[in-house]
Design a protein around this ligand. Structure first.
Ligand code: FEO
Length: 400
């Protein structure tokens, strides 16, 4: 895609990764992603972030188009060192030899550890630092843990633009650049997916940061995340409100049953629990780990009031795909959940004990498990159905 002038003298010069399906090596990005970065044409020409290294050719081409006759960049701003944003940093520094490179205090540490440089002209810009580019200025605000300790936001008051890096991002490869040009339902779903899989553990920091930003009374007319669509006009308040709601993690009348199964006994139990929940009016997602990626499950777990986890006993533990799911879920620290375990067994039967421990470790309100020897009969399936109804009652009480 060609550069787009998103505000007077400020250009989107990013890369669209149409074929990206494995985001950061652990999360599924079914619709690709973008690496947004920006060029500010002022007395001091300034590059805000770069793109993933494999798109260096795209970035060079976009830069060449905007820079024109004078192929010179004076300043680099590095909002975040993760390689999807700083992947071309060393190559760009070598090519353009910037006068200064601005990054946060933690950014400097990360930059050294990533690039092992000795002579880069790095200038640390803690929160509150302001620099002049000529007609414009830039203000820097650290946004630690959104999504790494080094993350920061860059604000240009003259153009009323906030370059927010990972915050407000979505994985969506599109030819459009603005959120008001695409389907809103898809945008919301992808923003939730990104939040649930990337930002979720840092929700308390998100709320604190958004509150602090609000108190700064910045006049923001454009929000530019480094992934996906950009926001303008009425979408500014919409996306700020949306992010507060995402961070608050208010559960819906919804349950996710995630399971793996060997000879379909645990699967039959999961289906019976689902029926009990559905009969009580709870919206249910029944997700086999053989058919769903852990990040797809997490996007559904995110706003569910209850999570039911199922596995047969396998080698005194649980099946590997469920071990993966529980590890992934625990790391993302979902809040405000009811939990319950189900599973079949042949002889030792540790499955529900192991699963229940995971749920307790995540701070969920854990209900009694159901365990069935070998193949569930009618009575056992009825027990699962009743468990579904009991979980539905707990959801009702929780949601008030
Ligand atoms: Fe888009 Fe934290 O990298």
């Amino acid at each position: 895609m060609r550069p787009v002038e998103i505000s007077d003298g400020i250009f989107w010069i990013g890369a669209v990764d149409w074929n990206r399906r494995n985001f950061h090596g652990y999360s599924k990005s079914s619709l690709g992603t973008t690496y947004n970065n920006f060029l500010i044409m002022d007395e001091k020409v300034t590059l805000v972030d770069t793109v993933a290294e494999e798109f260096w050719g795209t970035l060079k081409c976009n830069l060449a188009q905007v820079l024109g006759d004078e192929q010179k960049i004076d300043y680099f701003v590095v909002n975040h060192l993760e390689p999807d944003h700083a992947g071309c940093l060393a190559l760009a520094i070598e090519k353009y030899r910037p006068e200064k490179i601005f990054t946060s205090p933690m950014g400097e540490k990360a930059m050294k550890a990533h690039f092992h440089y000795t002579d880069w002209p790095v200038e640390v810009v803690p929160t509150g630092t302001e620099i002049s580019l000529g007609k414009r200025s830039l203000q820097f605000i650290e946004t630690r843990m959104l999504h790494w300790p080094d993350s920061m936001l860059t604000y240009c008051p003259e153009n009323k633009i906030a370059f927010t890096n990972d915050a407000f991002g979505q994985n969506w490869a599109t030819s459009e650049r603005w959120a008001d040009e695409v389907d809103r339902h898809t945008l919301e779903a992808l923003m939730q997916d990104y939040y649930a899989n990337i930002v979720l553990p840092y929700s308390p920091v998100v709320l604190k940061t958004l509150k602090a930003l609000g108190e700064m009374n910045l006049d923001i007319q454009t929000i530019c995340p480094d992934h996906g669509l950009l926001f303008r006009g009425d979408d500014i308040q919409w996306v700020l409100d949306k992010y507060v709601a995402l961070a608050e993690q208010k559960p819906k009348n919804k349950a996710v049953i995630v399971y793996d199964t060997m000879w379909h006994s645990t699967e039959k139990m999961a289906q019976a629990v689902a029926t009990g929940l559905a009969d009580e009016g709870v919206s249910v997602r029944l997700m086999s780990m053989k058919s769903n990626h852990h990040s797809e499950v997490m996007a559904e777990v995110y706003d569910a009031a209850a999570v039911i986890v199922g596995s047969p006993t396998h080698n005194n533990g649980i099946l590997p795909l469920m071990a993966d799911m529980m590890t992934y879920m625990k790391g993302l620290r979902p809040q405000n959940k009811i939990g319950a375990a189900i599973g079949s067994f042949g002889w030792s039967g540790e499955c529900v004990k192991v699963l229940t421990k995971w749920l307790e470790d995540m701070g969920m309100d854990v209900l009694a498990p159901v365990k069935v020897k070998h193949i569930p009969d009618h009575d056992a399936l009825n027990q699962c159905y009743e468990q579904g109804k009991a979980i539905a009652a707990a959801i009702k009480e929780k949601l008030g």
